[in-house]
Each structure stands twice: as C-alpha cells, then as structure tokens.
Design a protein around this ligand. Sequence first.
Ligand code: SF4
Length: 457
Amino acid sequence: MTRENSNENLSFSPPSESLSRFFGRSGEALGLKVAFKTLGCRLNQYETDALVTDFDEAGYKLVDFDQSPDVVVINTCTVTNQSDQKSRTVISQAARKNKDAVVVVTGCMANNFKEKLESQDNITFVVENNRKSSILSLVDAHFSGEILHPEQLPQDVFRYEPVRKSLHTRSAVKVQDGCDNFCTFCIIPTVRGRAVSRPVADVLESVRKTIENGFKEIVVTGVNIGRYEDGESKFEDLLAQILDVPGDFRVRISSLEPDGFGDRFVELFSHPKLMPHLHLCLQSGSEKTLLRMRRMYDVEQFRKTINQFRSVYPDFNFTTDIIVGFPGETDEEFQQTLDAVAEFNFSHVHTFKYSVRKGTRAERMENHIPEKIKTARSAQIRELSEENKLRYYQSLIGKTQNILVEKATKTKASGYGDLFVPVEFEAKDVQKNTIHTVKLTGLSGEGEKLVVVGELI
Ligand code: SF4
C-alpha cells in the first residue's frame, strides 16, 4: 500500500489525461523539482525519457537526487537478483536523502514485488509498468490535494509522448511491449505481460515528432521487437517504413531475439539510415542449454545469421547477452559457449550470472550451479569478450565512421559511430548532437574504457 493512499478512494474517476495537460504548467506554478533514476534496459530508459518530457512540459524542474527534489521517480529492473538489489538500494538511498519527497517506484521490480514495496513506508506510490505512462497525473493529483490511487490510472503501455527533453543524446521509439516466448529463466512475460505491438501509424507519427524534436538518432525498441505484428505488417515492414520517413536522422535497433527474420531484414541494412550493429541475444553456445532455456533457435541458426550479415557487411558489429551457470550447465556446455563467443567475435558480451526468478520453470530445474562456479565462468566470458573487443576495434583502424557527438569540450569530442563503437577525436567547439565524419587512427584506454581515437576529415 502506498504511503498515503488507500483503496477507500477507488471511486474517484481516473483521469484520462494529466491535470497539467488541462491546467497548464502545474509544476512551475508550485515551483516543484523532480529527479529520476533508471535501472535496466533501453526500454526502461526510453520510458523514463518520455516521463522526463511529460514533467518538463508541466514545468517541473529536472534535478539530481541530491538537489532536494520534491518528487523522485525510480524506474526499476528485476531481470536478475542483482537488479533487484540495485533497485532496492536506489530506493532506500533516494528516500533517505529526500525524506519529504514524493517517492514513486515503477518498472519491472514494482510489478514483481508490488505488495512488498507497497508495504514500505518510504515509498509514496508503487506504479505498475502498464500504468507508468500516467505517473505525471498521479503526482499532479497529489500536489492538487486530490487522493488518487495508482490503480485508477489508465492502463496503456504506448501512451508515451515522443521524447523532447531527454537524459540521452539518442531517443528510443517504443514499438512493442511484452513477450509470449516464456524462456524458462525469464520473468519478463510476467512483469511486462503478453506481446503487444503499437500500430504502425502511431509509431511513424512518434518517429516524425521525435525527429522534429531535434533527435538525430532513433532507437527502435521494445521487449521482443522481432515479433512485431500489426495486421499484415511485420517487423521488417515497420522498419522499412521508419527508414522512409523523411529527415536527417539515423536508425538503430535495440536488442533483438535471434529468430524469425529473413533475407529482407538483412537487405534493409543497405539503407544508409540503418546502422550496422545488432545486439543479438545468444544466451548460450550449447544446443542442450538452449533447449533447457527453451530458446526459439539453435546455435547453427545463429551462426547462419551472423555469417549472412558478415558476408554482405564485413564490419558489421554484433554484441550479445550470455547467461552463465544456467541450471545443469556442464563444463562441456560452458566450453561450447566460450567457443561460440570466440567464433562469433562479439565486440561486447553482456554477461549475466543465472539467478533464480520466482515462478519460472528454471526455478524448478535440478542441478543449480554454485555461485563460485558462476563467478568463475562469468570472469572467463568477460576476459574473452575484452579480447574480442580489442581485436574488433583494431580491425577498424584506417576506416571512417560518422560520430554522433554525446560529449564535447572546447578541444575534444566523443560519441558513437555507425557501428556503435565509442570514438574520441580532437575538434574545436564541436556541438553535442551533431554528426561528424572521423578517420579512425588508433586506440586509447583498456578493458571497459577502451575507445577508438580518430581525426576529423
Ligand atoms: S524472448 Fe525470452 S528472454 Fe527475451 S523477453 Fe521473451 S521470455 Fe524473456
């Protein structure tokens, strides 16, 4: 239960729009400040950015946690135990630092641990994912003296305004939510619900407005976007239409499940607006482990996809997710994963130690792997991933990239190139959110901090 609201007031009619949308800049009128914290995936980051836009348009001042915000919004993640732990830490730190603030907790962990969070008296509102887009209405109502329960908010996973004010240089556009795959380790279908796709017309409108708002890079995002379906339109059809939207912008795809796409998808990458990078989630290089995970592809299919892309686009950048220590993972199965990571030459591997998610099928499997082994396997994957990254970045020296500038000083700029590789270059008075062509000349730093350096041409 929230700190000061109860179900007694459920007879209050839910607003379909925020009060700010009716009555103007409520946050400005009351001099209110808001702080945000996001954990987890790109989709969560996008949803926070859309909320930032909402609050900004309502006149709330955007501040950091330590600048005495009146409202704190924490968009949590629950994909692993570690994500839960991080989310809990952020909630308690934010609430401790801002004792009088309205603390709103939303995101996947809010769905997964709703009752527990509602019983905490350091949280004002717990808002489930499917009502997240209306958080401004809830906060506005609170400051107007209305008593509104989060469950009175409309349920709509696509009701986000196109991002205008953002915490990031690129903006995502959400095209899909939820998943019907039910991989045996995954809690996402429970906390994000079944797969649902946003109508093509809405997506295109959102892309147009996001470009009008000044963004130069759009990231097409969702939980399982490869399964996008609106009438006859599949993901490739949607992507082709996004690429046809006029304007000076480029398009990236957020993470993708490696099944269900064909030749047309590969061909679309010849479009100059579509960036040659994919985060394709392999999870394991062992056929047996993939079967236990109930993934929808096998290693051979994955290999074909990678080879097909690289035969057309030799520098194509692949990154991936790997889960180590899935129940029953033998040394041999893990070795197959190491072999696959080496063979597919991913430039980055996001490594997760398997952690039990309550209610999933993997929770009930036998032979759970001791934490010590998971930690050792995770370190091996990381080491291999660093070697891959070094080799891949070295292979790019002498080539050119178009860099979208994210950081700039008077003499230096940095950002990501077409291949989603971080690049630094010397340049005078370059502006953020501008694109510059750079010749890659060398490397700097190491490990996580490895970047490619270049010079303007
Ligand atoms: S495809 Fe599998 S891992 Fe990905 S969100 Fe769906 S259930 Fe989870």
